[in-house]
Design a protein around this ligand. Sequence first.
Ligand code: 5GP
Ligand code: ZN
Length: 115
Amino acid sequence: MSADCLFCKIIKGDIPGTIVYRDEQVTAFRDINPAAPTHVLIVPNKHIESVNMLIVDDEPLIGHLFIAAKKIAAQEGIAEDGYRLVVNTNANAGQTVFHIHLHLIGGAPLKLQMG
Ligand code: 5GP
Ligand code: ZN
């Protein structure tokens, strides 16, 4: 936990968030400014600033993040139609919250094709 981190505060319940999934390792809540009909942020309960700060011991946690994403996509009813998973890192990618998060975006055809 980091005292001045927005997502740590949402995980702790100090700031309200619409939680859609939670377990001992990750928490997922709706993005406040959704880019598509479904836009969920999946975050580790452990404070990690970005992909750059990952350590080898975090490997199972990051795998767990993707398994949670798969479950939430099914829960949201978007698994079959499809969705995008995005992780922004630092300035060029537009990272604004420095607690690592997986964007789960779907619910409609996504206009911007990346990759
Ligand atoms: P980034 O640009 O760092 O990859 O994504 C940060 C995301 O956090 C943005 O999509 C933004 O809309 C979302 N966000 C920022 N502040 C809040 C907040 O207070 N609550 C929630 N639920 N999402 C937020
Ligand atoms: Zn944090």
